[in-house]
Design a protein around this ligand. Structure first.
Ligand SMILES: Nc1nc2c(ncn2[C@@H]2O[C@H](COP(=O)(O)OP(=O)(O)OP(=O)(O)O)[C@@H](O)[C@H]2O)c(=O)[nH]1
Ligand SMILES: [Mg+2]
Length: 405
């Protein structure tokens, strides 16, 4: 059973939940004008899900247990969400709706039981989803360990997932690096989930979105996403998360000539890692180079903090949280967060449709008397022009009823 301390805060419209309290502590401009503290029960008994779908009755876990923050139920739900069975799509949809509804009901209960609180209940159902991106070896896992430990020590619950957006292309996936998060993965307030090493139905990012929704419903206050893999992973991170922190390792002047403008533009915050020991000098050079890049970038460095950290020593981790808090609050207050999440959902719907359409069409053509293979052979041998073969394949795919056979 988990109990949340609710305190009514002044200028932050009565912040509630450990996350909101931590954020409020972080902002020096926030004046704490009242100090009413109340305990609210958010266990299963206090937050019974109002679902009526028979689909959910056959699950091997209870929706209520997820919302009550029970790790076993959560892990089982995540395993189902990660499954590659298309027939699970409907039940997963029902499940996500049910947990969100139950989460909102729990938040509403907190709201109504807290006197003088004017916090919109939606604020308590939203956990920041932060992408931790950067080239291989930049120090992502070690930073998550240090940052995650900092957060759990503030009584926040932290969910960590590793996502490899390039795996849909390469057909492989890198296991999340739990060994670099040894302390965090053992902590009772943390949940570290390595990325699945198989199966890519409908795209990795859409699935990660669903896993994050489950974590959010299970009362995780902050969700960290390590984006692994190569290529477009930073861009893909943008479609999955609310905010992206780019990690860059200390580099020499020569290496810094080629700072990738696109990535700097897309990041919400840039951290130079490994600012300790012998690397301090290089880290400071790198910090200055990125500050310049941000300053002269398209949006003139507005609101894009560039900091140097050491995960090994734990230095400047508190400054990262302070800078994040300011950004997060602005995103919440301006409505940008809500808009962004809606746009992401639409994107995942389209991406799922596009990827699955292509995959199933190819599957069907391969099964259908091997048309896919024979068209390939004809193109190879020069018997058919590529466009001609493509048109034949399309006509076959678009013949009525084919999809349902
Ligand atoms: N000195 C020092 N070394 C660090 C720090 N953070 C990470 N490292 C080292 O950098 C190497 C890579 O760290 P990881 O955290 O595994 O990097 P990563 O970005 O997660 O790597 P991939 O997941 O393989 O892409 C390891 O050898 C770490 O020990 C730091 O703050 N200081
Ligand atoms: Mg890693």
């Amino acid at each position: 059973m988990r109990r949340l301390a609710i305190s009514t805060l002044g200028s932050f419209a009565g912040a509630s939940s450990p996350l909101m309290n931590a954020l409020a502590r972080c902002t020096t401009t926030t004046a704490q004008t009242a100090s009413q503290v109340e305990s609210v029960d958010t266990s299963a008994a206090g937050a019974t899900a109002q679902h009526s779908s028979p689909l959910l009755n056959n699950l091997r876990f209870r929706v209520e247990d997820i919302v009550a923050g029970q790790t076993r139920a959560l892990a089982k739900a995540i395993t189902m969400v990660e499954s590659d069975n298309p027939s699970h799509a409907a039940v997963i949809g029902e499940l996500l709706r049910a947990v969100q509804q139950a989460r909102k009901a729990a938040a509403e209960k907190e709201r109504t039981s807290t006197r003088n609180s004017v916090v919109p209940s939606t604020l308590r159902t939203v956990a920041p989803r932060i992408a931790i991106s950067g080239s291989p070896g930049a120090g992502k896992s070690c930073f998550i360990e240090a940052f995650g430990m900092y957060l759990v020590e503030q009584n926040l619950k932290v969910g960590v997932i590793a996502v490899d957006p390039s795996s849909a292309v390469t057909g492989g996936s890198i296991l999340g690096d739990k060994t670099r998060m040894e302390r965090l993965s053992m902590h009772p307030n943390a949940f570290v989930r390595p990325s699945p090493s198989r199966g890519h139905l409908g795209g990795v990012t859409a699935r990660a979105w669903e896993v994050m929704s489950l974590l959010e419903s299970a009362h995780f206050d902050v969700i960290l996403v390590e984006t692994v893999g190569v290529g477009q992973s930073e861009i893909a991170a943008k479609y999955m998360t609310d905010l992206m922190i780019l990690l860059v390792p200390p580099a020499s002047g020569d290496e810094l000539q080629g700072i990738k403008k696109g990535i700097v533009e897309v990041a919400d915050m840039i951290l130079v890692t490994k600012n300790d020991g012998e690397r301090t000098g290089l880290a400071q050079t790198t910090l200055a180079a990125y500050r310049r890049a941000v300053q002269y970038g398209d949006n003139c460095g507005i609101d894009k903090p560039v900091l140097a950290v050491s995960s090994e020593l734990g230095t400047n981790i508190d400054a990262v949280w302070a800078a994040f808090s300011k950004k997060w609050r602005r995103k919440l207050d301006s409505g940008e967060l809500e808009q962004n999440r809606k746009a992401q959902q639409a994107k995942h719907f389209e991406a799922y449709f596009e990827q699955e359409l292509l995959r199933r069409a190819k599957e069907m053509l391969a099964a259908n008397g091997g048309l896919w293979g024979s068209l390939h052979n004809e193109v190879f041998s020069g018997q058919r022009a590529p466009r001609e073969a493509g048109e034949l394949a399309l006509r076959e795919v678009l013949r009525p009823k084919k999809w349902f056979q």
